[in-house]
Design a binder for this molecule. Structure first.
Ligand code: NAD
Length: 478
């Protein structure tokens, strides 16, 4: 079969593989239901071939100096920026993200350029043991497996891929079955950037391919972003195979605390896009908002007005601010949670007119009991729970009453309160008077508790993909 007009082929050892029609799945548009492309389902044999290629490429790639490796990364960064518009259309087609809220190619470009210039992690040395000079050195693991979700594929492709490659690893990356198109297009850009064959292999497929990677004996580290449930499965497979290292960015149920002295408008401007962007399919979305009782009414009115101003429509068209949920499964999951939420809280919004297909109207619930299932589990839709509090300790206790710990926001003008509360929040990132993670690559990103293991995104993100080694040098006495 000839290549489909939209690139979907597996990219192994620097070559696009011919598509075996018996090993494909169909991708449909979540907004129109139309058929988009046949996508290869990577088999265990494909995973083996990709890992073998990455293993063979590792000695030469890791022997390059960071500066030599950086040339390839920087080239790929430029190519992402150049293909931004095309990538936006592909993401809109496959998982329904409106082109107007697609900044992922820019972020991918930044990650590859940033990690191409990132300072190379330094080792340590010690004279503390008499008769020895000791050195601590950092070295790449070898073959790195990367498994990514569908909600922002290129961001995970690049924050993980760029750091792993900069550290000197070679990579086998599997995209999500719901959003494989931008990663397949990225494979074209990898080829164009001239990476040596086998250094960066890109696969598509369902969880089964990820499971083969997780238990593969020649993969030394897995970096995974996705659900906590899948994270657990990967860690078990890692433990049962070669005890490979794992870096996990998992789910969230991120709280925002809006204190009585907060700039209410600022809090609204931050929290609405946090839960509304990407149809609520964002891991760090402020899905639980706790507002001081004295300002609750004003906050809720303002929040509702802005939240309900979403323009639902065709994600490939400018002007649409909210697309459909990523696929039928996601849509059904959110619907199920909505039915559950209506039983425990008070729904204060009406559905927007003409909401059909896989679209979900922005929805607000108030007064939901803290122990309700809906307050504990990630919905991954444009659905927010707004509850109230009266004191600081109560607000913190409610915020922390979750198995997750990815992100939390605090809105207050009181710097002492901001510092005090930030310290007590159990989350990998705390936004003070904001709801977004760092955009400057200067801060680690990752989760506490059930939201993850390890950190990525910043300079330490390179170290996450390196092993420490102690070299002990015995020095003969005079
Ligand atoms: P998912 O766990 O279902 O799938 C993620 C990836 O894992 C996909 O590529 C999938 O094919 C693969 N996979 C599925 N089963 C597997 C298995 N047994 N072994 C190995 N790989 C397997 O998650 P999703 O639905 O794609 O993504 C949504 C989840 O991701 C949400 O929970 C969200 O919070 C989380 N997420 C977290 C972050 C973060 O930075 N913390 C960012 C985005 C999304």
């Amino acid at each position: 079969m000839s290549a489909s007009p939209i690139e979907t082929r597996l990219f192994i050892n620097g070559k696009f593989q011919a598509i075996d029609e018996s090993q494909t799945f169909d991708l449909h548009s979540p907004s129109t239901g139309e058929f988009i492309a046949k996508v290869p389902e990577a088999t265990a044999k494909d995973v083996d071939a990709a890992v073998a290629a990455a293993k063979a490429a590792f000695p030469a790639w890791s022997a390059l100096s960071p500066k030599e490796r950086s040339v390839y990364l920087a080239r790929l960064g430029v190519l992402f920026a150049e293909h931004s518009a095309e990538l936006a259309q592909l993401e809109a087609k496959s998982m329904g993200r409106p082109v107007t809220s697609f900044f992922d190619a820019g972020a991918a470009s930044d990650y590859f350029r940033y990690f191409s210039e990132a300072a190379y992690p330094m080792g340590t040395s010690s004279l503390n043991t008499p008769g020895f000079v000791n050195m601590g050195v950092k070295q790449p693991y070898g073959v790195c497996g990367i498994i990514i979700p569908w909600n922002a594929p290129l961001i995970f492709f690049s924050k993980k891929g760029a750091a792993a490659l900069a550290a000197g690893n070679t990579v086998v990356l599997k995209s999500s079955e719901k959003a494989p198109l931008t990663c397949a297009k990225a494979a074209e850009l990898v080829a164009k950037a001239g990476f040596p064959p086998g250094v960066f292999n890109i696969l598509s497929g369902h969880g089964a391919a990820g499971a083969v990677m997780s238990s593969h004996m020649d993969i030394r580290i897995i970096s995974f972003t996705g659900s906590t449930r899948t994270g657990r499965a990967i860690q078990k497979a890692a433990a049962d195979s070669n005890l490979k290292n794992c870096i996990f960015e998992l789910g969230g149920k991120s709280p925002a605390l809006v204190f009585e002295d907060a700039d209410i408008e600022q809090a609204i401007q931050a929290t609405v896009p946090s839960i509304g962007w990407n149809s609520g399919q964002t891991c760090f979305a402020n899905s639980r908002i706790y507002v001081h009782k004295s300002i609750a009414q004003t906050f809720i009115e303002g929040f509702k007005t802005k939240f309900m101003s979403a323009k639902l429509g065709d994600p490939t068209q400018a002007g649409t601010t909210q697309g459909p949920q990523a696929d039928k499964v996601q849509h059904e999951t959110v619907k199920r949670y909505l039915a559950l939420a209506e039983k425990s809280g008070t729904k204060i919004t009406e559905d927007l007119p003409n909401v059909s297909g896989l679209y979900i109207s922005p929805t607000i619930f108030t007064d939901t009991p803290e122990d309700a299932q809906i307050m504990k589990e990630e919905i991954f839709g444009p659905v927010v729970h707004i509850n109230t509090f009266e004191g600081e300790a109560e607000a913190i206790a409610k915020a922390n009453d979750t198995e997750y710990g990815l992100y939390a926001s605090v809105f207050t003008k009181d710097i002492d309160r901001a510092m005090r509360v930030s310290k007590q929040l159990e989350a990998g990132t705390v936004g003070v008077n904001c709801s977004s993670p760092t955009k400057g690559n200067d801060m680690p990103f990752g989760g506490w508790k059930g939201s993850g293991i390890g950190r990525e995104s910043y300079i330490g993100g390179v170290e996450s993909f390196m092993e420490d080694k102690a070299v002990l040098i015995k020095v003969a006495p005079l």
